[in-house]
Structure formats: C-alpha cells, structure tokens
Design a protein around this ligand. Sequence first.
Ligand SMILES: *Cc1c(COP(=O)(O)O)cnc(C)c1O
Length: 438
Amino acid sequence: MKLTQHMQVVNNELNIADIPVSRLKEEYGTPLYIYDQKGIKDQAKTFINGFHSKKFTTHIIYASKAFLNLYIAQLINEQGCYLDAVSGGEIYTLLAAGVPGEKIYFHGNNKTESEIILAFEQGIGTFVIDSQTDFYKVEKIAKSLNKEAKVLLRINPGIEASTHKYIQTSRDDSKFGMSSHDEDTVTLVKEMVKSDWLDFAGFHCHIGSQILEERFFFEEADLMLGFCRQMEEETGCQVREINLGGGFGVYYSQADRPFDYEKFLQSYIQVIEAAIDQYGLEHVDTVSIEPGRALINDFGTALYSVGGVKHTLAGKPFVFVDGGMSDNIRPALYQAKYEAALANRMNDEVEGEYRVAGKLCETGDQLVQDAPLPEARIGDLLVIPRVGAYTYTMSSNYNRLGRPALVFVEDGQSYLAVKRESYQDLLRNDYNYKNKED
Ligand SMILES: *Cc1c(COP(=O)(O)O)cnc(C)c1O
C-alpha cells in the first residue's frame, strides 16, 4: 500500500497526522472515515495558486458531490474556493455552512421547480443550464419571482476521454448538456442572449471523471474556446465566462499514473490563454475549473475492524470488515480498485493476497480484490486509503447499517465532523403500520 502524504508507520502501526489509528478507533469506533485536513488545505492551495492568470480571473469550484457536509464546506470555502451544487439538498448544506450564495454554481440536468425557487430566493450566483427545457423552467421561474440570474450553458464538446462509461459525460449521446455540433444549440444560445431575465455569461463543459491524460484537457480547452468563437459569430453572444469542469484523475492503485497537478495547471492556463488570443475572445474575464476528486480523494482513509477470515475452496481468502458497499459502493458500481493494509501490523511479513469483503448481503460487496496482507486475524485494523471522494456521499443504509463516523485530523488533533448513525437514527423517518393510540 502506497502511503499518503501525512501517513507514517510508527512501531509497526499506521499513524495519520501523528495519530495512531488505534487511538482513533478507541475514540470513535469503526468503520471510520479519517480525513487529512492539512492535505486538503494544501491541495486547495495548489489548485488556487496553479490555476492563476494575469489576463482573467480564475475560480476553483469544488464539485461538492464528491464529499459534502458542513465541515468540509466550511473548510473548502475558507481556502478561497467556490462550490457547486446539483440539488436543493446540496444548496441547503452549502448555505447552512455559511457559503455565500454568489459563490455557488447550480448544475443539474433536471432541476426541480422547488430547487430553482430555493436557488433564486437564496441568491445563488450562477445557474448552469443543461438543456432547452432546463432553460425554459429557469426563465419562467425567474420571471414569476421577478429575479435575474447569471447563466452558463453546458456544452458537450464530444470528447471521448478514456474512463469508465458511467463516468464519461461528454459523448454526443450523453444525458448532460447540449452538443456542440447540434443546430438546436445555436437556437438556444440565441434565445438565452435575448432573455430579459437571464444574463447569459458563457459556457460550461465537463468531459468526464478520473481522466489520467493531460491531453484531453488541452483538447477540451481548445475545442471549447473555438466553439465560443463560433457562437459569438453565429449568435452575437459575448462570452465573458468559461467553466471547463473537472475530472482530474487520481491514484487509486498501481495502474493509475496521475499527472503532477502543479505543472499541469500551469500548462493548462497557458493553453487557455493562447486559445483565447487565437480565437479573439475579447470579452472573457473569468475562467473556472471544477475539481472534485482531485481536491479530496487522496485525503480520506477508511478504517475498519476485521471480524473474520474465510478460506474458500477456490480463489483468494476473504478478510471480512465491519463496513462495505454501504459506505463505499465504488468497487461494486465501477469495478473501482483500491489498496489496503493491516494498520496495526504495517511491517509484518506479507502472507498472501486477500479479498477484502464487507458484511452486506451481496456477493458484489467486495472492496479490494488483491490486497497483499500478513496473515489476517480477528481484531486487526484494516485501512483502505484514498477513499475521500464519492464514497461517503454515495453511502446508504442498506441492511440497516448506520453510516460511519467521520473525523478530520491535523497535527495530532482529531475533530468529529459527522457522528456515527445510531439505531434510533435509522428509524427517524419511519411510521408504524397502524397509528395506534397507545
Ligand atoms: C462531477 C463533476 C465534477 C467533478 O468531477 P471530478 O471527477 O470529481 O473532478 C465537475 N463538474 C461537474 C459538472 C460534475 O458533474
């Protein structure tokens, strides 16, 4: 298992931010999600400082669907990032965390009426329009509330980046955005420019997730800026803002070779500056990107207790942990790969490869397929690093498991951010079959 930045092995035990994981288990129990606070702050700084231009304003917009609760929203907001939302619940959480409405970008292919009303009433800064129907809905509500809003239109530049098909978002048959080759897109831009209620500011795109090759982003920037030029000519619109989305890949296992973000961001800015000049886009004053995974994934670690080991007639032995697909569905959903280690026996000799399986009633409830571990025993602590993104936010109560507790750690201190769900929590919205008087 490749350690992350603030992990150390001390006396054969894994420490995170100078705290032995056994101490975190004693204090908070398992399963436990542990977030490295310093790592997140530094990563936000890398993005903010790296994606910076003298020619236009830049925004780093955190894609909050990757991992969202009050604590992380406040931490990320404090670093100077903007944040995005795709639902009323995400907007509500961001506002409750004290994020100003004007720093929120509201995405979504099917924004509901009540979500749009909430967004207008709370002064959300930018709506990202996904389709004609989305535009009509937002405009109608703007009119009825007598409110104005800045809008971007989501475009599909038709890039097929090499990533899993469920996390590719920019093909011509995608559920998201308007195709850059579609005549309807031109018509829609003309309507948006004419709108009395919506202030058309420019375009958005997001080509996919977990993209490990820089060239896709350069290609995307060039295609999008060329498209902006074409739209300015064909529709008379003025493009002031461009949002190029996220998707920057991370390391999960040895197969992944992520690029160096610091170097990449500098090249990316240069490519964007050059394309803005080349296409003569005179009105651009803001360029944004929307990292989710890249800001957060490396800094989350899952800690489980081992409850059993099973040797089967065929295949690698199982080591059973006290969580599983209810807290991390990515292996079941995307065949995602992870590494693992026994946190209390980091230097013990490896005995062989294990499959790490959860306690839920699905054969697919397996978190790691090939973890080289020492001979595992009941009571060991098992860690899976780099689970910061798209785990807790996708968690469920399947089999009525409560969601794990979630702590942040920095410099030997731990801070509870989300408490473990109790049995009572599981019943909080349930009613009895018959409304008995007694
Ligand atoms: C999910 C998403 C992102 C973030 O993607 P990552 O792969 O986590 O960086 C950015 N923008 C939009 C519109 C998204 O849907």
